[in-house]
Design a binder for this molecule. Structure first.
Ligand SMILES: Cc1cc2nc3c(=O)[nH]c(=O)nc-3n(C[C@H](O)[C@H](O)[C@H](O)COP(=O)(O)OP(=O)(O)OC[C@H]3O[C@@H](n4cnc5c(N)ncnc54)[C@H](O)[C@@H]3O)c2cc1C
Length: 354
């Protein structure tokens, strides 16, 4: 089976909407499974995005399996830090990697090009299903496919078009993320999460000379003001040049009613997202991309619904519980609790890192 130009119209077995990391992973998986694949992405690369940029060991292993080995800075665990306390957990033999999103995108796009998977530029705005095909349209173009994998991110258009969207969470519960890079040599080989009364600051080493800082919290957080309220981090970053502009994303929590609508399967953030607090969005998204392609290969999309539940289980349960605690009066007890129970902290970190 191959991607072709039947009757002048673009034709594919699997059309992937969104050429972010999960969409490109789905395209590589589908190509490896023998499908003719087409990707439609609205932006031209290398694509940047607000992200903590920590590839957990499971995400790095998934990329290696796809034939992608992005350049970055290895990290060996996670540290939780408050104004007065610190706890660390080192992964049991595994390694994660901090990778700039633009570098990750370029590495994945190279692999997609190597596999000769066409990537078209377009913002998908319409989708119709019937007669065992899905018709997808964007301004100035369109294509037909037997299956669509929608990996068009947190604010997925396809999720809305196929009626899988659930109403947004209450304004008071919404959390956002912003990030910036700094020119400073990483001071350790862990991802550090600095807890303040209202914001979590993630520090990820991304190469030998720079770190990314992502702040998670309520809307309208001022990056510089929030940073100034974390003395240890301010001291580390004092005088360091900003290597990127501030970039934001959110609201983070996105919910779906189901992940399969006819011949359309939702993957990655488009299929629902909990929070960036535990940093495993990419690992979970890569697992979903694989599961979606397997269920298409089996001709049984309902299998994907079950696989999605399995792939996202820890993310939904552990991350939701941590976010609920972080938004409650228990917040100030999270770091002390991790310090008091390092074994439990380690088990949770390892579970989310796999
Ligand atoms: C602040 C923050 C920190 C994070 N930290 C981490 C971390 O440390 N580790 C981790 O693993 N995860 C982290 N995440 C989560 C991670 O960034 C996401 O889970 C991941 O980017 C999901 O990939 P995706 O491909 O599903 O979506 P995206 O990366 O958003 O890609 C979606 C793509 O679809 C395209 N698109 C959108 N609409 C259309 C359309 N209509 N037509 C065509 N194309 C379209 C977009 O241009 C984009 O390229 C973090 C997230 C945030 C917000």
């Amino acid at each position: 089976m191959s991607t072709g130009h039947g009757s002048g119209a673009l034709d594919a077995d699997v059309l992937v909407v969104g050429g972010g990391p999960v969409g490109l992973a789905a395209a590589i998986e589908a190509s490896a499974a023998g499908f003719g694949v087409l990707v439609v992405e609205q932006r031209s690369g290398p694509i940047d995005k607000a992200c903590g940029e920590g590839l957990m060991p499971g995400a790095l292993a998934a990329l290696h399996r796809l034939g992608v080995d992005p350049v970055g800075h290895d990290f060996h665990g996670i540290a939780y830090v408050s104004a007065t306390q610190r706890v660390e957990h080192r992964f049991d033999g595994d390694v994660g990697r901090g990778v700039r999103r633009t570098v990750l995108h370029a590495a994945m796009a190279d692999r997609v090009a190597e596999l000769r998977i066409p990537v078209l530029r377009g913002r998908v705005g319409a989708l119709t299903q019937g007669d065992g095909r899905v018709r997808v349209d964007w301004e100035g173009g369109g294509a037909s496919a037997a299956w669509v994998i929608a990996a068009d991110g947190l604010h997925s258009t396809v999720r809305r078009l196929v009626g899988c969207e659930r109403p947004p969470v209450r304004a008071a519960k919404r959390r956002f993320g912003i990030r910036r890079h700094f020119e400073v040599a990483p001071w350790n080989d862990l991802v550090e999460v600095h807890w303040t009364p209202d914001v979590e600051a993630y520090v990820t080493p991304v190469d030998a000379g720079s770190v990314g800082v992502a702040l998670l919290g309520p809307p309208h957080v001022d990056f510089d003001e929030a940073l100034a309220r974390i003395p240890e981090l301010s001291r580390r970053l004092a005088g360091a040049a900003a290597l990127s502009s501030t970039r934001g994303a959110g609201p983070l929590r996105q919910r779906t009613t189901r992940r399969v609508a006819g011949r359309v399967l939702l993957a990655g953030d488009a299929s629902g997202y909990v929070d960036a607090l535990t940093g495993e969005g990419l690992r979970v998204g890569f697992a979903q991309a694989r599961s979606a392609v397997h269920s298409i290969a089996d001709g049984d999309p309902s299998r994907y619904e079950r696989a999605w539940s399995r792939d996202t289980r820890d993310f939904r349960i552990l991350t939701s519980a941590l976010v609920a605690a972080a938004r409650s009066p228990l917040r100030e007890r999270i770091v002390p609790a991790a310090v008091a129970s390092p074994a439990l902290f380690g088990r949770i970190v390892d579970r989310l890192a796999r």
